[in-house]
Every structure is written in C-alpha cells, then in structure tokens.
Design a protein around this ligand. Sequence first.
Ligand SMILES: [Zn+2]
Ligand SMILES: [Zn+2]
Ligand SMILES: [Zn+2]
Length: 133
Amino acid sequence: MVANLGFAATGVFCFVLRWVGDGGGVLIFGAGEGGGMGDQCGHLDQVDVGAEPSGEGCVECLRKGGRWVHLRMCRSCGHVGCCDSSPGRHATGHYREAGHPVVSSFEPGEDWWWCYADELTFGVEGAPDYAHS
Ligand SMILES: [Zn+2]
Ligand SMILES: [Zn+2]
Ligand SMILES: [Zn+2]
C-alpha cells in the first residue's frame, strides 16, 4: 500500500477496533474483520482518547496562509494537518516532527484511521467523529 493520505480508504481496512471511550481511556481490539495477527498497529498506546482537534483547518496552513486539499487529525495530540495531496503535507510533517504515528481522517463521511509507522489503514467502531463541517 502506498502511503498516500489523499485517498479514501473506507472499506479496505486491515482490521477494525472498537472504541472504549471513558473506560480508562483505552482502545481495545474489537471483533476484527480480515487481516492477520501480524499486521495490526502496535502504536495504539499512543492514541489519546481525549485528544480533540486543534481547529477547523491545518495548523501550519492557517498560520502561513497555505491551502489544503484534505485534512487529517493526529490521534495523539489533536493536531490537524493537511494530507499528502496538499502542498504542505503537514500531517506527514507532524508525524516526522512529533513522532505521533496515528491519524484519522478529518473529512466528513470518512472514518478511516492510518498509522504512518505501520502503513496500515484501519477502522475504529464507535470513535468520536470530529470531522469538520
Ligand atoms: Zn502502528
Ligand atoms: Zn497544511
Ligand atoms: Zn500529534
């Protein structure tokens, strides 16, 4: 799979997790669909279930006056950044700088998550939908 966050990966999840929000703030594995045991993300302990989006647009683009195509939200700290189809590629830049590997789509109607480190797309049942309007 190519590490391109410009696409909508709905329906091709490697595995599916179930969100357990307030119960100690952890994600547990739900009844997964497809995928072997070897290709699950090992970075879920870096997901902060309390993370909320930093704003309605890409942090860096808003600051510099740039433009974005699609937005991704960091699930460790809530940083909103633009996808690899955008000139700034600030979501990827945030991963490189902050080392936060897990993001989810910030686009309405898209519910996929992505781990940069594992290059895995997955779904999370019941996760809060922070997508911008
Ligand atoms: Zn991972
Ligand atoms: Zn940006
Ligand atoms: Zn982050």
